[in-house]
Design a binder for this molecule. Structure first.
Ligand SMILES: Nc1ncnc2c1ncn2[C@@H]1O[C@H](COP(=O)(O)OP(=O)(O)OP(=O)(O)O)[C@@H](O)[C@H]1O
Ligand SMILES: [Mg+2]
Length: 340
């Protein structure tokens, strides 16, 4: 670190519904679940990130775990601010004599309203940001994937995160057409929770439902390389006695089918709006999948079959948006699509 970086610090933040990632000096320095644990009465911060996640669903009345973002946007302003502040503190473990001016690039969902954008800007500034720039998430994802977003060529990015699935066509440094739907990883998890309740009479928490999704989640009822059944334990809804249920990927494919169809429809909808020249580019280059949802087994194949355009999973899909935001940070003067 040079002397100047002591005066000005530069960070890029992907403030996600599920995960918050911070990039500093081209490196991922924070990668934590977007969760805080607060003291119920005083709202004092008790834990953040993974530590707070471990408390989820296990708290007593004096502790509350909160996910400050829902559906891709800030739902709890105070908790969001505490979370951003706390995450930034994780980078600077040593106390400083004076706090440096913080230059930040933060990404926002492409479907954000003025009020939602304002909320992100305000919490970033309250958390210490002096010079705050914003970038739309699909644009950041495209840059992170390595696409030349300023070229006169069309690319389609589908970012399936925790709260939102965002589909965008990008060319000449701008978003030509896009759609953002509030069906993504969290929705898949909720589908699994509801399914387990109805089908197996078992009550499970959000964390267990997510574990099922990661272990045996599937977008297709038939997989070439199928995972073995995942055993879930919990109380029977009727008797409260413990039961054990092996869950297969086939039943999860069935239970996620409706939500995945909605993502498919949204992609088709954006393709319908796409001007023909750009459409042709997309057919040639394929569609890029990013976000944690892209890791769902068989999703790339299902989308490729449905849409008839090859769908590729980005390298390291969970970090594409953050990496792109990091690249934007180094190009704030060059990238005219950044917002102040
Ligand atoms: N292997 C996997 N299979 C299926 N889903 C996964 C896998 N790994 C992570 N996920 C899901 O991906 C989601 C998190 O993805 P990501 O970090 O891209 O979201 P986010 O950026 O925080 O959310 P958003 O962009 O909507 O605000 C979670 O719902 C998580 O359960
Ligand atoms: Mg995201």
């Amino acid at each position: 670190m040079g002397f100047l970086s002591f005066l000005t610090q530069e960070i890029a933040i992907d403030l996600g519904t599920a995960n918050t990632i911070i990039i500093h000096n081209d490196k991922i320095v924070v990668d934590e679940p977007s969760i805080v644990a607060l003291e119920t009465q005083t709202r004092k911060l008790i834990a953040i990130g993974e530590k707070a996640r471990q408390m989820q669903g296990k708290t007593h009345e004096n502790i509350k775990t909160i996910r400050p973002l829902r559906d891709g946007v800030i739902a709890d302003f105070d908790a969001a601010e505490q979370m951003i502040r706390g995450m930034i503190k994780l980078i600077n473990s040593k106390p400083r004599l004076f706090s440096p001016a913080l230059k930040m690039v933060v990404c926002i969902p492409s479907g954000s309203t003025e009020v939602e954008i304002r909320a992100v800007r305000d919490s970033s500034e309250h958390a210490g940001g002096r010079d705050v720039y914003m970038i739309y998430e699909p644009m950041a994802a495209a840059i992170g994937i390595g696409i030349d977003v300023e070229a006169p060529e069309g690319s389609m990015v589908v970012d399936i995160g925790g709260g939102t699935s965002e589909i965008a066509v990008i060319a000449l440094g701008g978003i030509v057409c896009n759609k953002s739907i509030r069906i993504a990883g969290d929705g898949f998890t909720a589908d699994i929770q509801a399914y387990m309740r109805h089908q197996h009479n078992i009550k499970i928490g959000e964390r267990t439902a997510e574990d099922i999704k990661i272990n045996v989640g599937s977008a297709l009822p038939e997989l070439e390389d199928p995972p073995t059944d995942y055993v879930v334990r919990g109380p029977n809804l009727m008797t409260a006695l413990p039961i054990e249920i092996p869950v297969s990927y086939q039943e999860i494919a069935h239970c996620l089918d409706k939500s995945i169809s909605k993502v498919e429809s949204a992609i088709l909808n954006v393709l319908e709006q796409t001007p023909p020249e750009l459409y042709a580019d997309i057919v040639t280059r394929g569609i890029h999948l990013a976000g944690g949802g892209a890791l769902l087994r068989g999703l790339d194949k299902r989308l490729t079959d449905k849409i008839n355009i090859p769908c590729h999973i980005a390298e390291d899909p969970l970090h594409a948006v953050a990496r792109g935001t990091g690249i934007a940070l180094k190009n704030v003067d060059k990238f005219s699509f950044l917002m102040r």
